[in-house]
Design a binder for this molecule. Sequence first.
Ligand code: C2E
Ligand code: CA
Ligand code: CA
Ligand code: CA
Length: 279
Amino acid sequence: AKQNGRDNYQIFEPAMAQLVSKNIIYENEMRQNLDSPQFYLVYQPKVCLHKSNVVGFEALLRWAHPVEGLISPSDFIPIAEESNLIIEVGEKVINDCLAQLYEWRKQGLNIVPISVNLSGKHLMSNELIPFINKQLSYYGIEGHYLEIEITEGVLVHDIERCIEVMAEIKSLNIKISVDDFGTGYSSLSYLKRLPVDILKIDQSFVQECDATEEDRQICATIINLAQNLDLSIVAEGVERQTQLDVLKSMHCEVFQGYYFYKPMPVEKVTALLSLLCQP
Ligand code: C2E
Ligand code: CA
Ligand code: CA
Ligand code: CA
């Protein structure tokens, strides 16, 4: 029987063990190099056609791994989320954005708000508000230049605590977006109770909004909902003029996507801001 057990073990062991140990290695490497140039932010502009300009940026984290090359955040963020490392990641992102805003302002550029993606674990922790407070005053940046993107799932987990934290975030003048809106399983009633400001239509709906009636309807419904609840709306993942035309006809005004700009390194953002500042 012992022999048998050992054989069974060996059947599923190699692949599993490899995956687990790879995650452990990544986690350790992340922890060790988070403050090194291996980790850096790129920024994707948000465009308002109404004002025909860039009204903000979303900060997106990149990991240039010395051996593996560029690793996608969709791969390394979930690993960080399994431990408190995700809090360090969030703090790094908040700090880098505020430091960057400070730099741009020092260069005489007109700054615009930057949104950061935070995990639910970080949002619910007691460390978030004091950290943001400290960094805002350290860099002398006003709260309204920072926005927080949270996915829908986070909001329903512990709604009472969520209301509490969000009230504190609001008191710092920081706006809150619901990311990937429409993909979660939540009831809509939470939107009435939580002080969110912005809904981001998930790119999976935008993708086909110019091709399939269902996706077009979903986009229209989300935009209507936002209007009725007095929330702003951002459509993400806009890649084509035909998608833009559909969304514009629904009175969506802020867009993010490859059609306008891909996420860009800091030097390109500096150049873009310099251009925007010209009379
Ligand atoms: P997300 O927050 O939904 O970010 C939007 C993703 O869509 C980004 O992928 C962006 O590069 C991509 N994107 C933007 N426009 C287009 C487009 O027109 N077409 C297509 N196909 N894609 C577009 P990215 O940078 O690979 O990030 C993936 C996800 O990783 C993010 O999804 C977010 O959930 C997570 N993430 C990225 N950076 C951070 C971070 O600093 N902290 C946390 N917690 N999560 C992050
Ligand atoms: Ca996001
Ligand atoms: Ca999103
Ligand atoms: Ca997403």
